[in-house]
Design a protein around this ligand. Structure first.
Ligand SMILES: [Zn+2]
Length: 70
C-alpha cells in the first residue's frame, strides 16, 4: 500500500516540476517581448514584433542575457 502512495507522490512531484519549468519558460519569453524598440540599443524598430534592430544586437543581447547581465 505504501508503494502506491510513493508512486502517487513521485507522479505529483514530476507534474509539479513540469509545471514549474513551463512557467519558467513563459517568464523567459515575457522579458524578451517586442516593444517597438531594439532591446539592446533602444533604436526604433519599424517592423512590429521584431525585438532587435539587427542580428548583431540580438546576438549581443543573448550573450548578455546568458551572463545574467540583463
Ligand atoms: Zn539595436
Amino acid at each position: 500500500m505504501s508503494d502506491a502512495v510513493d508512486d502517487a507522490n513521485a507522479t505529483q512531484a514530476y507534474f509539479d516540476e513540469l509545471q514549474i519549468s513551463k512557467v519558467r519558460q513563459a517568464a523567459k519569453r515575457l522579458d524578451a517581448v517586442a516593444t517597438g524598440y531594439c532591446l539592446l540599443c533602444d533604436r526604433e524598430i519599424e517592423k512590429s514584433g521584431q525585438r532587435w534592430c539587427n542580428a548583431e544586437c540580438r546576438d549581443d543581447w543573448e550573450k548578455l542575457k546568458k551572463r545574467g547581465l540583463l
